[in-house]
Design a protein around this ligand. Sequence first.
Ligand code: AP5
Ligand code: ZN
Length: 213
Amino acid sequence: MNIILLGPPGAGKGTQAKMLIDAYGIPQISTGDMLREAVKNQTPLGLEAKKYMDAGKLVTDEVVIGLVKERIAREDCAKGFMLDGFPRTVPQAEELDKVLADMQKGIDHVVSIEVPNSELMGRLTGRRTCKACGQGFHMIFDPPKVEGVCDKCGGELYQRDDDNEETVSNRLQVYEDQTKPLINYYQEKSLLRPIDGVGAIKEIFERVKAVLG
Ligand code: AP5
Ligand code: ZN
């Protein structure tokens, strides 16, 4: 099964993806995580991408398309994959369609996680992530048992550089302008599966599983 997780910053794409890996046994492909890894390793791509990410802007289509192309060709994607944070523009979606068609593959479901803007700022500024395993937490909605320490692996938690109020505002605007048109794009292809993203994390997981079957 090939899935896209669509939704604004803070909708819970990463949170649900981590739970879906175990439930469906398919890998999560997060372009955000791949770019942050490149930033951490100070690769030329990472150094270039950081400027965009810190400003809350999108990295160029060519760069992310290149990353995804290479990733979905790997063997662990043979039985399916879950795209998180990609595509994010109509040109990215069109290119993905072409790449998949060349591989005789296609998308089965686009899970669109809907959360009102008023809730997103608080979710993002309160987010903490494990440095070691990538598990996400929230200071209020999903706090770790011990402050600053990952429940899963004992790793240290950190706050993302782009989770400050100013950058979050920019990211939300970029979503409205550049990513929201994908809702229509996938609606027209009858692939859109809208999910109410407000409620307990586990409840939302049940909603997602219900549409995936
Ligand atoms: P990326 O890493 O993709 O960030 P994003 O889309 O902004 O999404 P987030 O990771 O912020 O949100 P999420 O929906 O995963 O939320 P989460 O589950 O963590 O992209 C970062 C940057 O990289 C971009 O700005 C861009 O520069 C670049 N980039 C990446 N992909 C690109 C592309 N394709 N093209 C161009 N540039 C690209 O949840 C958030 C918080 O809420 C957590 O603390 C969580 O615990 C909490 N939470 C989750 N669910 C609930 C719930 N139900 N109730 C309460 N709290 C909840
Ligand atoms: Zn961890």
